[in-house]
Design a protein around this ligand. Structure first.
Ligand SMILES: [Zn+2]
Length: 361
């Protein structure tokens, strides 16, 4: 993956391949029903149900700027070009070949993009979302059609949401004194260092960054102040992570990682949490370990252990390093690639942290 970034010959990066294969006859109309690129840089799509999408990114070359595109089955009627604004040069809808539709977003020259962190997420059977750039760019929404229209009726949808909520019911987060605590969350690795690479190319940096951000949101809702050592794919050494935590005078430090086994053995799975010293660190590790195990049934408990990791050894506050599973393990990897499981892990870690803060007062 590091080579990927530096390689000048690098052409296309498939940011995501999706899902059910429903083959439409060549003559059929485009599966793209509506799209909207919002002011916050989020592209939303509505398609026919269970559509197969492919998304790509290509670095700028002599002919054009950085480009992101998605291919849809079904043929577009009217190819068109829509003038962009802000970081977006233009948006093109075309048919790259017979029976296909392509939505291209071309960016202006000096736009800062992070295609390695992009994920095209399916919201339900016909809706999609991907964040392409951040708010620092002023952008006026461009859209065609209504992306919000749904196939499922509202009642059914509510049932669905309700069920989802219940899923986390047993994990109800404890309350702590608001505005009292400061937690530093440290998503492991980042930038040119992807950390462990697991089955199917799943990368530690992606998993732990997403989980960390979710933990931050959950704790923030409980009035706990949270600082992340990194918010995106940057190269961050270990000493600055430690000095960041020490300088902010955080109450606790939680480094989040995912494991890989030597020889990439698929039969090795499990969760473990490390601390270096003190009963507080150990207590925090125990609280977190207990919760992450609850959301990872069948994955072995590798225990709470003492470990001489740089970040837990050199931080001055109670500090732990959590390994949320093996990216090389068959059981763990399959889960870790899913947002639903990452959410559960985030709940679990947040719960462990809150239980600890509650106890410490
Ligand atoms: Zn790691």
């Amino acid at each position: 993956m590091i080579k990927f970034l530096d390689n000048k010959l690098f052409r296309c990066l498939s940011v995501f391949l999706f899902l059910n294969s429903s083959t439409l006859p060549v003559k059929s109309a485009s599966a793209l029903a509506a799209w909207e690129l919002n002011a916050n840089g989020v592209l939303e799509l509505r398609t026919k149900s269970n559509t197969n999408l492919k998304a790509y990114f290509q670095k700028a070359n002599q002919i054009s700027g950085d480009r992101f595109w998605i291919d849809f089955p079904g043929e577009l009627k009217n190819p068109r070009i829509i003038k962009g604004n802000g970081p977006v040069k233009e948006i093109r809808l075309g048919k790259p070949n017979k029976g296909k539709t392509r939505l291209v977003i071309e960016f202006k020259e000096d736009t800062y993009l992070q295609p390695f962190s992009w994920r095209l997420v399916g919201l339900d059977q016909n809706r999609w979302r991907i964040k392409l750039f951040n708010r620092k760019y002023t952008f006026k929404k461009i859209s065609e059609g209504i992306v919000g229209k749904r196939l499922v009726n509202i009642k059914e949808n509510q049932k669905f949401l309700h069920k989802k909520k219940n899923d986390f019911h047993y994990l109800k987060l404890p309350d702590v004194k608001r505005n009292k605590f400061l937690v530093v969350i440290d998503p492991g690795h980042g930038g040119p260092d992807p950390g462990a690479i697991g089955i199917g190319g799943i990368r530690e940096t992606d998993v732990v960054l997403e989980v960390s951000k979710m933990v931050k949101n959950l704790l923030s809702e409980k009035g706990v102040k949270v600082k992340l050592t990194r918010k995106n794919e940057v190269d961050l050494d270990l000493p600055p992570r430690v000095s960041f935590a020490n300088n902010t005078d955080a109450d606790i430090f939680v480094s989040i990682h995912a494991n890989a086994s030597r020889g990439k053995r698929r039969d090795i799975n499990g969760l473990e949490t490390f601390y270096y010293r003190g009963w507080r660190g150990r207590l925090l590790a125990k609280k977190i370990q207990k919760q992450i195990l609850r959301v990872s049934p069948g994955s072995p408990d590798r225990g709470v252990k003492q470990g001489r990791f740089y970040v837990v050894k050199n931080t001055r506050m109670p500090a732990v390093l959590v390994e949320v599973g093996f990216l090389t393990g068959r059981l763990d990897a399959r889960r870790l690639e899913k947002t639903t499981h990452r959410k559960r892990l985030a709940y679990a870690i947040a719960k462990g942290i809150l239980e600890y803060l509650y106890k410490i007062g």
